[in-house]
Ligand binder design. Structure first.
Ligand code: UGA
Length: 435
């Protein structure tokens, strides 16, 4: 199949490279010439394990190309995927669809022969209808079917998630669109990934429901963690105790500083807004949004409490800044609120992150960046583990303690066994576990 992928961001680039790796011919198009030039030179605009090699190999094999102009690729394509950004709109939190609409307009004039236009970006219910209206208005002769095919990959595990998905959701009313998408996903036959064919609106809502449910699960366990701290229970054991029930499931029950990233915060807000627009408020999701927002700031208060109630003039060292490991993504990272909270309370902040410091710099004012975890701990009154990078698991805590002013470790991801850290002379505070 010939595929045009509009948007070379996270979803577009990973999907495009993986489709090419399955043997399809893919052209990724982005209006940003600097991004396309970098990709052509083999430089990735994001940090994602395995992506650079995957892109290089498929470019070498002639299956993957990058362009700023969509006309030729769209004209030749069996399917055109729209994978442009849908950021939260300022003010009301609703998804900003201007990039999706602009892509639809640009595609319309370039279509030749039967083509399936597929929204892969996370888009609110009814966006497929809107994309179809825009295309038909701009090009009434176009032989086109518009489908929804939401993407469920996670940053940091994007290639594996794309290639081995739990399911594929295809929302399309036109059987010709279903046939093309079945052919595009045929390489996944071996993985026995079910392809769910639904109506377009159902597919669009499924994506939001999935992210909102996962965000709810995380927020639920985070509140249980708070209660554990008060009653002397251990949230990790509670999570295991409930997660072994198949109806609940073990994943996404890891308590922490609150969810962040480019998806959960944006998608939960957009779902809340859609539900309000249709006069069917989703009170659970509204509460999840509010609880998660206040939790990030509460983590700064947790650190302050671990430092004896005040951090004015003290030095706090943060390990990890990105919203999760294996990415350089700082969007809605809990570290942003934690740093602000600590600085407001008068602390000096120093930080280290294996990949995220460049992205963090413009977002965090007045932070001293260290070249490694040990330099980061220098002179600190507390060390705070914010993001659970693998490289932090086997740190030498004796070496760290020797460099610190006070041996205090606040572990916001429950990475360590309390006795291991305490045995090395630390006061150890974690999330939802007895001190
Ligand atoms: C999420 C979904 O997991 C993907 O399925 C979806 O495709 C994607 O959003 C999207 O809509 O594009 P992602 O944001 O990359 O993926 O990252 P996750 O691994 O889901 O983590 C999200 C946040 O939840 C992180 O801040 C993470 O630290 C937090 N989290 C996750 C927890 O605090 N506890 C957990 O148990 C799991």
């Amino acid at each position: 199949m010939r595929i045009a992928m509009i948007g070379a961001g996270y979803v577009g680039l990973v999907s495009g490279a993986c489709f090419a790796d399955f043997g399809h011919g893919v052209v990724c198009i982005d209006t940003d010439p600097a991004k396309i030039a970098a990709l052509e030179a083999g430089r990735m605009p994001i940090y994602e394990p395995g992506l650079e090699a995957l892109v290089a190999e498929n470019v070498r094999q002639g299956r993957l190309a990058f362009r700023t102009e969509l006309r030729e690729a769209v004209a030749e394509a069996d399917a055109v995927f729209i994978a442009v950004g849908t950021p939260s709109r300022r003010g009301d939190g609703f998804a900003d669809l201007s990039f999706v609409h602009a892509a639809a307009r640009a595609i319309a004039g370039a279509l030749t022969g039967f083509t399936v236009v597929v929204t892969k970006s996370t888009v609110p219910v009814g966006t497929g209808d809107e994309v179809e209206r825009i295309i038909r208005e701009a090009n009434p002769q176009a032989d086109v079917a518009v489908a929804s095919n939401p993407e469920f990959l996670r940053e940091g595990a994007a290639i594996a998630d794309f290639k081995r998905p739990d399911r594929i959701v295809v929302g399309a009313e036109d059987p010709r669109a279903v046939a093309v998408l079945n052919e595009i996903y045929r390489p996944l036959y071996l993985n026995q990934a079910p392809i769910l064919v639904t109506g377009r609106r159902t597919a669009e809502l499924t994506k939001y429901a999935a992210n909102a449910f996962l965000a709810t699960k995380i927020t639920f366990i985070n509140e249980i963690a708070d209660l554990c701290e008060q009653v002397g229970a251990d949230v990790q054991q509670v999570a295991r105790g409930i997660g072994l029930d198949n109806r609940i499931g073990r994943k996404f029950l890891h308590a922490g500083p609150g969810y962040g990233g480019s998806c959960f915060p944006k998608d939960t807000l957009a779902l809340v807004k859609t539900a309000q627009d249709y006069a069917t408020p989703m009170r659970i999701v509204e509460t999840v949004v509010a609880v998660n927002e206040s939790r990030k700031r509460a983590m700064a208060r947790k650190v302050i409490a671990a430092c004896g109630g005040a951090v004015r003039g003290k030095t706090i060292a943060l390990l990890g800044l990105t919203f999760k490991p294996n990415t350089d993504d700082m969007r809605d990272a809990p570290s942003l609120a934690i740093v602000a909270g600590l600085q407001d309370a008068g602390a000096r902040v120093q930080a280290y992150d294996p990949e995220g410091m460049e992205q963090a710099r413009p977002l965090l004012g007045d932070v001293a960046y260290a070249s490694d975890p040990y330099a980061c701990a220098e002179g600190a009154d507390a060390l705070v583990l914010v993001t659970e990078w693998d490289a932090f698991r086997a740190l030498d805590f004796t070496r760290l303690r020797e460099r610190m002013a006070q041996p205090v470790l606040v572990d916001l991801r429950n990475v360590y066994r309390p006795q291991d850290i305490q045995a090395r002379g630390f006061r150890y505070v974690s999330v939802g576990r007895p001190d």
